[in-house]
Structure formats: C-alpha cells, structure tokens
Design a protein around this ligand. Structure first.
Ligand code: GLA
Length: 394
C-alpha cells in the first residue's frame, strides 16, 4: 500500500541541495503535477469533454541559467545526464527522456520564446507508464524552468499548447490537450470539466467525503501503446471523413449524435463504428457526470464511470484484463461509487471514487484480491485533487 511521497518541502530542499552539489549554485524550482481523469477518455482529440483532476505527484525541475547556448540536464529517475545545444534541437523521437527536454526547448524556440542556456535537475515523482500523465508533467515543468522566472509573457494557454506540440513532434504521440491543460490549470479540491474545443473549463468541487483512489495494475503501457493510441485517433478521423459526406458541418465526432451515428452505421467499417460509438457516448457521459457532480449525486456519477469502462473495454478496446479485474473487484466492494480505467489505456491505472470511511477497507480488499488473482502487489494511491503547475514556493 503506498501513499503520496514525502512532503513537498522536503522534496524541494533535497533537490536544491543536490543541485548545489552538482552545479555549485542555488536553483529556482518549478513543478507540474500528474493527473487522473475521472471520466471522458479519448474524447479530447475529438473536440469533446473531459474531467481530469491534478494529483499530488509532481515532476520537479530545478534550474539555473547558463551563459552559453547549452542545456545540461540530469534525470534523477534515470540517473543519467545529457547535454544539448540550443542550436541543434531538431530531429526525430529517440524514445528517451531527452525527447521531452529537447522537444520543449525546440517548440519554445520555434514560437519565438528563445530559451536561454540552463542547468537542470529533473526529479519525476509521477509513476511512469501508469497513465497518470508523467509525460505532460515533465513537459510543463521543463517549459516553466526554461522560460524562467519572467515566463517571457507566455500565457498559460500558450504553455499548454506548446507542450502538446512538443509531444506531437518530438515524442511521437498525437495526444489531445487534456494532460497538458490539467497540469497547468489543476485546482486543489476540484476536477475540471473541460471543453476541448473551446478550452473553456469549469472547476467542479469533489465532495469532501469522497476520495480518488488510484490502483496501479503495474501493466505498463509502452511504445506499442503509442502506436495503438495513434491508430484510435486515425479511426476517429476515418469516421469523421465518412460521416461528413452526408453531414458536411461535422468537424469532429463532437458534432455527431448517437442517433445520427446509428442511422449511418452501414456506411462505416464495423471497427470505426464502434470507435465512434465510444467517443460519442463518452462525451454525453461527461456532460451527465458534470451534472451529477454539481448536484452531489455520486451514485449517478459512479454508474457513469462503470458505463465508461465498459465502453472503453468493448467499443474502444483499450483496456486489458488486469484493468478489467481491478474494476470488477472495486465494483463489488463496499463504499465504492464507481470505478474505471483511466488515461490512454493498454495498462496503467484505474480510478475509483470511494466514500472516505471505506477507503482503508477498500485498499485491503483490492490489494488482497488482485494479489490472489495475479500475484501482483497493486500500488494504491489515495489522492485529493491538487494544484496545477508553478514555481516552488509559489
Ligand atoms: C493520453 C493523452 C490524452 C488523452 C488520453 C485519453 O493521456 O495524452 O490527450 O487522449 O490519453 O483520454
């Protein structure tokens, strides 16, 4: 059973001490959180709705300026150092953590925000490959560090979009906007209902007596998952291009109703039809879930979470048996409103909404039952919604 790591103060002090030992100077410190998505999966790149919350795991980046045109970066997690020249940032993904640093620096440069030379130490505390958005947290924290204290007039929206671009062009995943958005705009105690077309968001308070319990299946999503992710996105685009023949105003699956999809089912390849059905029904579930949260109806919210999981399992085919098992165990446990896989899929975590007084019992049950069935000890993270990215201390 694991909980959030040591205090933030301790993390920042230890990082600063290591930085001084490595580079001989005191750093500025920036951080950006991971996230859990409560509902609304694979809807963001379809101009749809999502409902993520930032969680209390952060990627921390300590920075001091350099006088030359180089970035010297050290990753504590990988115990590796690298040197980049700001004059040679282009190139294809190398499938290495340096892609993120290089990508963010390159995008800042291409958008005219000339990053200066910098020494960096990166301390990532968001579990990797777990669907908790360690990538976006690294991108956002790195971008903040490279922009430095002044942030060079870059707005929060620009920051979000530049980090997404870095992921598309330098990491190779054609991700939506959700992860970078919540890393920047996360609000303590709240989930954000985000319209990915307009980028309007509404902060929805998560009731005090409910906890976000994240169970890590320990099945890591990997490069193959990035290929599957891009394939799902391509399936949606195929759906849109076919549906647009009869309804030209369709720009994205956001513009299609379930009734319309059903009426045109025979126009679509079976797989594309099911992909579209997931996205369209999932969008509606997010809208309904926001209503449920506004009026404190967590039972309804939980039912929508379960339906979301079924749709991801059967129509979008992004779940794996270990995630299905975790959801099944959660659904049979006392005090659980609802449970579903969260994030891109093909491994990673489930999110369960659990009544506070049942959390410990739930942790015991799910740990025991998952271990009995799979032999794996499931890390369980009990979270509250956390604050988005910024300088530390703020
Ligand atoms: C990944 C992507 C997001 C989103 C989710 C699925 O986390 O980075 O943009 O598409 O998958 O909802």
């Amino acid at each position: 059973m694991s909980r959030l790591p040591v205090t933030y103060e301790w993390t920042a002090e230890t990082l600063a001490t290591r930085f001084e030992q490595t580079y001989g100077t005191h750093p500025s410190i920036f951080r950006a959180p991971g996230r859990v998505n409560l509902i609304g999966e694979h809807t963001d790149y379809n101009d749809g709705f999502v409902m993520p919350a930032a969680i209390g795991f952060y990627t921390w980046v300590a920075m001091s300026p350099r006088s030359d045109e180089a970035i010297h970066a050290r990753s504590e997690e990988f115990d590796e150092a690298l040197e980049l020249s700001l004059q040679e940032l282009s190139g294809p993904p190398r499938h290495h953590w340096s892609d993120f640093v290089r990508g963010v620096a390159a995008v800042l440069q291409s958008q005219g925000h000339e990053p200066q030379g910098a020494n960096l130490i990166i301390e990532g505390q968001v579990p990797m490959g777990a669907g908790l958005s360690s990538s976006a947290s690294l991108e956002v924290a790195t971008a903040l560090a490279l922009l430095g204290e002044s942030r060079a007039g870059v707005s929060q929206f620009e920051l979000v979009k530049m980090c997404q671009k870095a992921e598309h062009e330098y990491v190779g995943t054609r991700c939506g906007i959700m992860d970078q958005f919540i890393a920047v705009f996360g609000q303590e105690g709240h989930a954000l209902m985000l319209d990915c077309r307009t980028l309007e968001s509404e902060a929805l308070r998560i009731p005090q007596d409910a906890r976000l319990v994240i169970c890590n299946s320990m099945v890591k999503h990997n490069l193959a998952a990035a290929g599957e992710y891009n394939r799902r996105r391509a399936d949606c685009e195929t759906g849109v291009s076919i549906l647009r023949r009869s309804l030209p105003q369709v720009r994205a699956l956001r513009d299609v109703t379930l009734e319309y999809l059903e009426a045109h089912r025979s126009d679509l390849p079976e797989v594309v039809y099911r992909r579209c059905r997931h996205v369209i029904s999932e969008n509606q579930r997010v809208v309904d879930a926001a209503d449920a949260l506004r009026c404190g109806d967590l039972d309804h919210f939980g039912r929508l979470m379960r339906e979301s999981h079924q749709s991801m399992r059967d129509d979008y085919e992004i779940s794996v048996s270990e995630l299905d098992l975790l959801v099944e165990i959660a659904s049979e446990s006392d005090g659980v409103y609802g449970s579903r896989m969260t994030g891109g899929g093909f491994g990673g975590c489930t999110i369960s909404l659990v009544q506070s007084q049942w959390v410990e019992e739930f942790q015991r049950t799910i740990t025991q039952k998952y271990k009995d069935a799979t032999g794996i000890s499931v890390p369980v993270y009990v979270c509250s919604a956390a604050q988005g990215a910024g300088k530390w201390p703020s």
